[in-house]
Design a protein around this ligand. Sequence first.
Ligand SMILES: [Zn+2]
Length: 97
Amino acid sequence: MTCTQCNALSKRTRLRCQAPAIKGKTKCKNHGGRSTGSRTPEGKARQIEANTIHGRETRAIREERSAKLAELYEIEKEMRSMGMVEGSWVSRKPPSR
Ligand SMILES: [Zn+2]
């Protein structure tokens, strides 16, 4: 019989937790395996506020870039309709939300 090992890492030893993870989860009971995350809207908002960085990105940076790329797409579309640009597209159609 196999079970998943908790994938939490120790801050002190940098070693992986030896305990088995909760069924269907990746963490053991000591490392938040029972947690179901934020429940209340306030809690979720707090989480979004506190934990928005993924790599070098934040929501704000991502949204700004998304807006700029949408702008670029519109500019390219306009230039193509006037016959100023030909060939393959440089910008992409922004995702509709
Ligand atoms: Zn653990």
